[in-house]
Design a protein around this ligand. Structure first.
Ligand code: ARG
Length: 580
């Protein structure tokens, strides 16, 4: 139910009967106080300036021309320029019923079904995932979940960094240290690989002979020499087996079937270079192949050059992303592609999009979006690092959160078995980290704060999860089977009406998040639902009102609240528990 959009349609329709006005947005808002109606229209003054009649006269015209009589109880005007819309309460109750009956909670499928590629997580091979991968992984996953829910064909693309000269070094190092057999027997962990990788890099810079060998191996790898190819595959396998464990721990939907790494586009690259040269988009300069883009100027005001092939014939990150765009359009017929990487990659993406369009690899109509995000900072507003200045490994961060949740749970003395408490700590720990991140506007940096995210108060996962268990315990105490309640929801008290209006906004919120890729809007909404419920719970007796019919109605409203919290959290990749 998207009440605002119905109101907007009704108002525009009424207005169009009196004047020919286009692109007028009546700015429909939920009223702050019920005495001003359930909804309000706030910008009559602007309209009155255009039409040169008073807001009151406009309101009179609008009111007399609204024909959706069933939905509105009354419509009034208040100074200086507001229209107050009072909805019919039994109509509202009917809408709540519809929501309750639907497994989709009344949210319709998007009529404009699209193929949407979501490029997220995308860690690099032979390295452990670090805190920097958290945001891409979890924000991307929320949007993938929501767009699938809306009926789109979502293609999750984990663009792992699995190709390039670094694999030559790593193979040379493993061979040098006679570690290949160990690798083949799966006896090397990602932790060790990560260490070897750093050592290999160092040796590459210091030891010419080693560097030469590494380069030789890269060529062998590029030619798919079976021995080198299989070593490389093993390295990818070890890394991704470890990463898939993290995905499971994080409750994100990525798995091995979503891996579409840089290597996938390798065979396309020589043709891309040829093609861009023949289309005169790329030129040779000092042995390298470069695309000059007029639309971007460097500091000297010259066209910006994007190198797509180095002097040594090696390809670059950009070359791969150009091929990748072509692939996503040709193979998946993508209508929309969304990238989740931090803001530092913005220019890179804009450049490759421009080149792919110039070369006609993708049509102009394709929607390309970079949903960038800021960094996680420590209390001193510096990039979040370990004490000795290293990047924090994601897995260690998650384990610490579970450990901290465990401590809090033990302090709270929940009445559950030890096994249940361990499960709960896992859920609370992971949810807290995820929610703390998802609830911040992704465009900004944020300060990582353990105490805040694990608190049972405020806009946190534990608070909402706890609110959910509270509703569950009410049902238990009621001894009434909710699904058998036949009565409609009665909207009498102010806090009931407020809660109902909020629940009916669910569809609007989901569509908004799907459009903008902003999970924090859903977080804010769920937090508001939880605090509104708590207000309702404190002001309206659910289990012992004067009449049983009211008790049943309130149980039903609580049931819908619980369903929305559960579904909303599920979209955020956050689990609910029935009891704490
Ligand atoms: N692997 C890259 C990194 O760790 C992110 C890849 C993002 N996706 C893309 N198509 N470029 O920075």
């Amino acid at each position: 139910m998207y009440i605002k959009s119905i109101i907007k349609k009704d108002i525009t329709h009424a207005l169009n009967k009196i004047i020919d006005i286009q692109h007028y947005d009546p700015l429909v808002k939920l009223s702050k106080k019920l005495e001003y109606g359930h909804y309000q229209i706030n910008n009559l003054i602007k309209l009155s300036k255009i039409l040169k009649i008073t807001p009151f006269q406009i309101s009179k015209k609008i009111i007399s021309n609204i024909n959706n009589k069933k939905m509105y109880e009354k419509i009034t005007f208040s100074e200086p320029g507001f229209i107050n819309l009072f909805l019919n309460l039994s109509w509202l109750s009917e809408q709540l019923n519809k929501m309750l009956k639907s497994i989709r909670l009344g949210v319709p499928y998007d009529i404009n079904k699209q193929n949407i590629v979501i490029d997220y997580s995308s860690p690099n091979i032979a390295k452990e995932m670090h805190v920097g991968h958290l945001r891409s992984t979890i924000i991307g996953d929320v949007i993938a979940r929501i767009l699938s829910f809306l009926g789109h064909n979502v293609i999750r693309a984990n663009h792992i960094g699995d190709w390039g000269t670094q694999f030559g070094m790593l193979i040379a190092y493993l061979k040098n240290k006679k570690l290949i057999e160990k690798l083949n027997n799966n006896n090397i962990s990602l932790f060790q690989l990560d260490k070897y990788y750093s050592k290999a890099k160092k040796k590459y810079d210091e030891d010419q002979l080693f560097a030469e060998k590494s380069r030789k191996y890269v060529v062998k790898l590029q030619n798919k020499d079976p021995i080198y190819y299989s070593i490389w595959k093993k390295i990818v396998f070890i890394t991704m087996t470890h990463n898939n464990e993290i995905y499971k721990k994080l409750n994100v939907t990525l798995n091995e079937t979503h891996i579409m790494g840089e290597s996938l586009y390798n065979d396309m690259l020589p043709n891309i270079i040829q093609d861009l040269k023949s289309k005169k988009i790329a030129i040779e300069k000092n042995g390298a192949i470069i695309v000059f883009l007029k639309e971007f100027k460097n500091r000297l005001g010259e066209s910006m050059g994007v190198i797509i092939q180095k002097k040594d014939k090696g390809f670059l990150y950009s070359t791969i992303d150009i091929a990748c765009l072509k692939y996503r359009y040709e193979i998946f017929n993508a209508h929309r592609i969304i990238y989740y990487t931090d803001s530092r990659q913005h220019q890179h993406l804009i450049q490759v999009w421009t080149i792919a369009k110039k070369a006609n690899y993708i049509p102009n109509s394709i929607i390309l979006e970079h949903h960038m995000f800021g960094m996680m900072l420590n209390k001193d507003k510096k990039p979040f690092k370990t004490r000795d200045g290293n990047t924090i490994k994601l897995n260690e961060l998650l384990d610490e959160s579970i450990e901290r949740a465990n401590k809090i749970i033990n302090e709270k003395k929940f009445k559950s078995s030890k096994k249940k408490r361990i499960q709960l700590a896992r859920i609370i720990g992971i949810s807290a980290i995820k929610y703390a991140d998802l609830s911040k506007n992704r465009n900004t940096d944020y300060i990582f704060n353990w105490d805040k995210m694990l608190s049972f108060e405020g806009n946190t996962a534990p608070y909402i999860q706890y609110a959910y268990t509270r509703i569950m315990s009410i049902f238990k105490k009621s001894h009434i089977s909710i699904s058998k309640i036949k009565n409609n929801i009665l909207l009498i008290e102010e806090c009931e009406i407020n809660l109902a209006l909020l629940l009916l906004e669910f569809e609007e919120i989901i569509y908004l998040v799907a459009k903008k890729g902003t999970p924090h809007i859903l977080c804010e909404y769920l937090y508001k639902v939880s605090t509104n419920f708590s207000n309702f719970y404190e002001n309206c007796s659910i289990l012992f009102p004067k009449k049983i019919k009211i008790c049943k109605s309130r149980l039903k409203l609580s049931f819908l609240t619980a369903k929305i919290i559960k579904k909303g959290l599920n979209m955020l990749g956050i689990k609910t528990v029935e009891k704490m």
